[in-house]
Design a binder for this molecule. Structure first.
Ligand code: ADP
Ligand code: MG
Length: 252
């Protein structure tokens, strides 16, 4: 029996009718309890990788495989992946007029667990997590992300993470555009979420969101492939020296 949470094997991803190759030969294994960081310059393909992992229909897998908890999900739609325990926090969270934050979370929880949501317990947990993330309780009745500031949108993504408790959290620049206090709150949310049974794959250009987490692996994506994998120390090296310094002894 395979104990890896996520296995990506020789993944090639293309977009559009002309089949422009955005990812080519990506390999990645994430085990329960691990924290992985994905770095790379703008346009390297980081968001594409996360979207493809989540089953975004804009992208086509033209080679390779994605296994999640031992199951081949390469061609499964996003809702199947979400039910299995995958979660993607977007770089730019969407505004959804007409659906309140609370209703969205309740519907999502029901959909992900396949169980009817126990309303009282849900509301209690929601209030608790909103307090932990320092979100005004009144926001539960506001339309999802509509008129939220950048920081509030990111906190609303963290709230989803804490309420839905996925097995694998893919965080795409959840810390971008946040002030120092908001980054601290988001980092605290990430720490509260993480345990020995779940795992994180985090795209970031900033070490603050990683505070208090032990980073197991750092992957550098460049030109459609992972060119370097190293330990957590690579984050500091990249932030100080830039990407050029770490690409030297590229992928084997
Ligand atoms: P990153 O997140 O690392 O900054 P992206 O994954 O967003 O990079 O983009 C990688 C490359 O793929 C970019 O050149 C981008 O323009 C291209 N790309 C991403 N999505 C699409 C799409 N839907 N259609 C066409 N090109 C795309
Ligand atoms: Mg991106």
């Amino acid at each position: 029996m395979n104990s890896a949470l996520l296995q990506v094997k020789d993944l090639q991803v293309t977009v559009g009718e002309e089949r422009k190759v955005l990812l080519d030969g990506v390999n990645l294994t994430v085990n329960p309890g691990e924290v992985h960081v994905l770095m790379g310059h703008n346009g390297a393909g980081k968001s594409t990788l996360m979207s493809a992992l989540m089953g975004d229909p804009r992208y086509t897998v033209t080679r390779g495989q994605i296994l999640f908890r031992g199951q081949d999900v390469t061609h499964e739609p996003a809702d199947v992946r979400a039910r299995l325990g995958m979660f993607l926090s977007f770089q730019t969270p969407e505004e959804i007029p007409g659906i309140t934050l609370e209703n969205f979370l309740r519907t999502a929880q029901g959909a992900v667990t396949g169980q009817p949501v126990k309303v009282m317990a849900f509301r209690h947990e929601l209030a608790r997590q909103m307090q932990a993330l320092q979100i005004d309780p009144a926001y539960a009745d506001r339309y999802l992300n509509v008129g939220f500031s950048g920081g509030e949108k990111k906190k609303s993504e963290m709230l989803q993470l804490l309420m839905l408790k996925p097995k694998l959290a893919l965080l795409d620049e959840t810390d971008s555009g946040l002030d120092v206090d908001a980054v601290k709150t988001v980092a605290a949310g990430v720490r509260a979420y993480h345990n020995a049974d779940n795992a994180l794959l985090i795209i970031t250009h900033n070490a603050k969101i990683l505070e208090g987490l032990t980073v197991d692996y750092v992957h550098v994506l460049d030109d459609a492939r992972i060119v370097r994998t190293g330990s957590g120390a690579l984050v500091t090296e990249i932030l100080q020296e830039g990407f050029a310094s770490v690409k030297g002894d590229a992928a084997k």
